[in-house]
Design a protein around this ligand. Structure first.
Ligand code: EPZ
Length: 445
């Protein structure tokens, strides 16, 4: 039973300037990519989220030595003594992204043993695209119950065609191909900013990668890759979450280290709602000013550069208070509308049919006790709670901690009334002041 909860009280006109953390969906795969090298690498702008802690534990389990200066956001990873290729079920079950060590371990050892990553509440999250393309590269994949053993004598270069631009499959196959002698192509690849940050890292390691429009990645395999130093790209999903928290409260926000050119489909929807969005030169910096009477808009999620599925729930929270009706279509995951039920507890009017949500704007939302069902749903409930009259109590805080680095602190700095509470021995909830402990608690979830 989780003994932590988030408390959010109505908070109007959030305003200020915030530095966005490094991207969760870049740092996890880049940490995994270091297994392609042997030696000491340095990563900067690393967010101290629970998922990063899980990936540290995974690398250490394989023999890496990791030092993380959380305040300085600098991580040192020494892979000189990595000598294992088995990932424990405990680690796999804590974080699906653990599957991203598969490519590097196959490239280095020709072997990997791991528990199949479970699905999660937003979908079955299979890895069939990963496996069938690894098999095309000559990998022998054996599934024994919930365990997967994959081995290969020598990876063979292939022209791999993804039936869907899967982020994880692109990243796994890309990492394996960097050390596959010959030319490999990944056709219909995912090209999210986080994938491109991985490409930057692999090129720094000595990989030979070319991207051909519209979405083919060509890799010329090399014999070995060397350690690197890299600053993680900003987290566009945290940036979007901060903007949407500001939007729903009618405030204003400056994000100096966010690149608006990597968020344009999302930002254009905010413009359509009547908000003011200005992007700095070369995309550097975003200044956002909310309108007091936002219009309803419709959108559907799709792979980059389309509208990000990871901002769908947070945007829907805003649409609940917009004048008019909106249609929100989730096309990336098969079950990523569970936040609707929780928003309805707060007075939202939303009906769901298949992967489509019909939102009718209401005058006001009111605080309620709600449950977060995934990382982005937790953010959506916080955003709704900022506008709702009264107090919102959010359970499922481990999701929030997995995806964000103390985002509640950044929101507080902007004027939000939000804090974590923890139940003591007697079950009485008290405000949390010891974040270290709370993060450890989230990790153990
Ligand atoms: C990454 O997940 C992100 N996670 C997700 O962020 C993000 O929502 C997703 O990409 C889409 O952008 C990380 O990078 C750690 P996919 P991933 O493979 O790689 C299906 C967040 O909140 N599929 O692009 O798992 C899959 O079920 C998280 O930060 C297969 O069917 O996403 C899904 O419906 C959530 N077979 C769709 O493709 C496969 O082999 C997209 O999945 C692989 C995927």
């Amino acid at each position: 039973m989780e003994n932590t909860r988030l408390i959010v009280k109505q908070s109007l006109s959030l305003s200020g300037t915030v530095d966005v953390s490094g991207a969760k969906n870049a740092v996890l795969v880049i940490m995994a990519s270091l297994l392609l090298t042997r030696g000491k690498s340095v990563l900067k702008n690393v967010p101290a989220s629970a998922d990063v802690s899980h990936m540290i534990k995974l690398l250490e389990q394989l023999g890496a030595q990791v030092g993380f200066e959380k305040d300085a956001k600098i991580m040192h990873v020494d892979t000189s003594f990595v000598d294992k290729y088995k990932v424990s079920p405990e680690i796999m079950n804590k974080m699906r992204a653990s599957v991203l060590v598969m490519g590097p371990l196959l490239a280095h050892f020709g072997q990997v043993d791991l528990a199949l990553p479970g699905g999660c509440i937003i979908g079955a999250r299979p890895i069939d695209y990963h496996l069938k393309n690894f098999e095309r590269m000559g990998v022998d994949v054996e599934i024994k119950g919930s365990f997967l053993c994959a081995s290969v004598k020598k990876l063979t270069p292939q022209r791999l065609v993804l039936e869907y631009p899967s982020v994880g499959a692109t990243e796994n196959l890309l990492m394996a191909a960097t050390c596959t002698i010959g030319t490999t192509h990944i056709v219909n690849a995912a090209l999210e900013p986080e994938v491109l940050d991985l490409v930057d890292v692999l090129k720094k390691m000595g990989a030979r990668i070319t991207i051909h429009p519209p979405a083919t990645i060509e890799i010329e395999g090399v014999c070995s890759l060397h350690p690197i130093e890299h600053e993680i790209v900003f987290d566009r999903l945290e940036a979007g979450t901060l903007i949407l928290a500001t939007a729903i409260t009618g405030g204003q926000l400056t994000l100096p280290n966010a690149n608006g050119y990597l968020m344009e489909t999302f930002l254009s929807k905010l413009d359509e709602m009547g908000h003011s969005v200005s992007i700095g030169k070369d995309g550097n910096g975003i200044v956002f000013r909310a309108t007091k009477s936002p219009r309803a808009v419709s959108f559907k999620t799709s792979p980059y550069p389309g509208f990000p599925t990871d901002l769908q729930a947070q945007t829907m929270a805003n649409l609940c208070l917009c004048q008019g009706k909106s249609l929100v279509q989730e096309t990336v995951f098969e079950n990523r509308l569970l936040h609707v039920r929780e928003l309805e507890k707060m007075g939202a009017q939303v009906s769901v049919e298949c992967n489509m949500a019909r939102v009718s704007g209401v005058e006001e939302l009111y605080g309620a006790e709600v449950i977060a069902t995934d990382i982005r749903a937790s953010a959506a409930l916080v955003i709704a709670g900022l506008a709702a009259k009264g107090t919102t109590i959010i359970k499922g805080v481990h999701h929030w901690k997995r995806g964000y680095e103390k985002l509640e602190d950044k929101l507080t700095k902007l004027g939000a009334n939000i804090w974590l509470e923890e139940a003591g021995e007697k079950g009485v909830f008290e405000p949390v002041v010891n974040y270290e402990k709370i993060s450890q608690e989230a990790e153990s979830f």
